[in-house]
Design a protein around this ligand. Structure first.
Ligand code: C2E
Ligand code: CA
Ligand code: CA
Length: 364
């Protein structure tokens, strides 16, 4: 019964309305909850319906959704992360780690990627792929993103006078939302001069999906940033939908092949062929190519053979805290490879099992 009513409401509201000679198109999201003996109060019931409605919105709008208790739990956990993240920013619970990027031909570290880490008040680490999407949803990513960006600039400022750092490039992950305002390039420009760092030692990583979600706006911001001399890298390449036409128009310096392709080297001939094509696309356009998530010698051999420029992954090094990465920078160029192996053995393991606050598999 409920379903029929909800369906009818959706269809009726979806019809074009004519107001003042203007055609209006409306889509509707409906949340439904069922009263039972456990229903505590009117408020509680309305909240459930509200939660279900947000779920309907998030799963593509123009639909209805029944409430289930899991939804409530997920919403509460999300809410908890938002609240505690605000605290974390003020409480020094956040820090940046750095993962080396290696030139596969010369076997040299050419740069590092900055990755955020969060250890909460109870000492648990919360992975960025859990809290970054939540911060994006709440808008907190704007403040967080600025903090991350300045933190990295400050680190470059500290490293820039060390001999080993001379030709290194440090990359920062940037969210699509940070580009929406259309003045991210302003922050970049100001930070370069505030921290007195050379633009060519800075690189921004944007996911393919982020770039393609609003290509017109992104292309302008990217051009402004590129003009400053900062490098641009397309992250998770191969997982979204890139128009080659856009790729050509964008000021891109680096493509990062997503780990999901790299992990199947030696097992999936199609993935191997796709990797070859991605490297070829990059090189045809004068773009360097990075393979992410390199874990085995077999993967490394394949990537070297096909002329992939750079690699990143646990085979070389896990992300290191800023102290360990400073040690590494200091010791380059002397015997980098043995040094990395050593440092990997002594450093704390950042990938120890963490208790997730929310289930990673939930398509939140
Ligand atoms: P990403 O940008 O694709 O980063 C690569 C992720 O793969 C990192 O996870 C890194 O630790 C992990 N990784 C590196 N090598 C290997 C390997 O050999 N094997 C495996 N299994 N994993 C490897 P992490 O640090 O947990 O970050 C996850 C995602 O969270 C990042 O994916 C990025 O999308 C986001 N993220 C992390 N830090 C930041 C940040 O500062 N700002 C923003 N906006 N997003 C961030
Ligand atoms: Ca990245
Ligand atoms: Ca990636």
């Amino acid at each position: 019964g409920t379903q029929i009513v909800a369906d009818k409401a959706l269809r009726t509201l979806a019809e074009t309305m004519l107001i003042d000679h203007n055609e209006l198109h409306v889509t509707t999201s409906i949340g439904v909850t069922i009263l039972d003996q456990d229903s505590k109060s009117v408020d509680a019931v309305l909240r459930q319906a509200d939660t279900a409605m947000y779920e309907a919105k998030n799963s593509g709008r123009n639909k209805f959704q029944f409430f289930d208790p899991d939804m409530q739990k997920k919403a509460e956990e999300k809410n908890r992360i938002q609240v505690t993240l605000r605290q974390a920013m003020n409480d020094n619970q956040l820090s940046m780690h750095y993962q080396p990027k290696v030139n596969l031909e010369k076997n040299e570290v050419v740069g590092m990627e900055a990755l955020i880490r969060w250890t909460n008040a109870e000492g648990k680490s919360i992975p960025p792929d859990v809290f970054i999407p939540i911060a994006e949803e709440s808008g907190q990513i704007l403040e967080l993103g600025e903090w991350i960006f300045k933190q990295v600039c400050q680190q470059i400022n500290i490293w820039q006078d060390m001999p080993g750092f001379k030709d290194m490039v440090i990359s920062v992950n940037v969210s699509a939302l940070q580009f929406k305002s259309g003045n991210f390039h302003q922050l970049v420009k100001e930070s370069l001069s505030e921290f007195n760092i050379a633009a060519h030692q800075l690189e921004l990583e944007l996911t393919e999906t982020a770039v393609m979600s609003n290509p017109e706006l992104t292309v302008n911001e990217l051009k402004e940033i590129h003009k400053l001399g900062v490098q641009i890298s397309i992250d998770d390449f191969g997982t979204g939908y890139s128009s080659l036409n856009y790729l050509k128009r964008f000021p891109i310096d680096v493509l990062k092949i997503d780990r999901c392709f790299i992990k199947d080297i030696g097992e999936d001939i199609y993935d191997e062929e796709i990797i070859k094509v991605m490297v070829a696309i990059g090189h045809t356009m004068g773009i360097k190519v990075v393979a992410e998530g390199v874990e085995t010698q077999q993967q490394l051999d394949f990537l070297s053979d096909i002329g992939c420029d750079f690699g990143q992954g646990y085979l070389f090094s896990k992300p290191l805290n800023s102290q360990s990465s400073t040690e590494m920078v200091k010791n380059i160029p002397s015997a980098f490879s043995s040094y990395l192996i050593e440092i990997n053995q002594i450093m704390e393991n950042p990938d120890i099992k963490v208790e997730l606050l929310i289930n990673k598999n939930d398509p939140a």
